[in-house]
Design a protein around this ligand. Structure first.
Ligand code: HEC
Length: 124
């Protein structure tokens, strides 16, 4: 009796674990499509390849304004280290976040920001 409950319980844990990682993967894939549509004109995800905006290779976990992109505005010399939370704030309203002239593009839709940030976390 006890044993079968344990089996069911551990089965549930395994199920929960796999479905949450599948969801994260699906979000990142959805986010990649949105990223291409909304951000791809100004940002590449290849290291050292800049467009109107800096490359976003390895963006989560790195210091803001820290690539060799020549046209940084407000982010240059920033003390911010990008994580999922401050990235969401920045994308929602870059000007408010930076407090200076910066990226002009604002992404108001919260669900789109969540998907794009999920994708950005996969960028090496
Ligand atoms: C019209 C061009 C343009 C678009 C569209 C755009 N950006 Fe930017 N982005 C910039 C510029 C220019 C900067 C540099 C801002 C600064 O120096 O203050 C920047 C900076 C950034 C940074 C900081 C990079 C670093 O090195 O710290 C991130 C992250 C970012 N953008 C993400 C995005 C995402 C995600 C999108 C789509 C939702 C997007 N951007 C859309 C032009 C753009």
């Amino acid at each position: 009796m006890h044993k079968s409950w344990l089996t069911i319980l551990s089965g549930l844990f395994v199920l929960a674990f796999f479905s949450s990682s599948t969801i994260a993967l699906a979000d990142a894939e959805e986010g990649e499509k949105l990223f291409k549509k909304r951000c791809g004109s100004c940002h590449s995800t290849e290291a050292g390849k800049h467009k109107n905006g800096p490359s976003l290779a390895g963006i989560i976990g790195r210091k803001a304004g820290s690539t060799d992109f020549a046209k940084y505005k407000g982010l240059k010399g920033s003390d911010v280290v990008w994580d999922a939370q401050n990235m969401d704030q920045f994308l929602a309203n870059p000007k408010k976040f930076v407090g200076a002239k910066t990226m002009a593009y604002k992404l108001k839709k919260e669900d789109e920001r969540a998907l794009i940030v999920a994708y950005m976390q996969t960028l090496k």
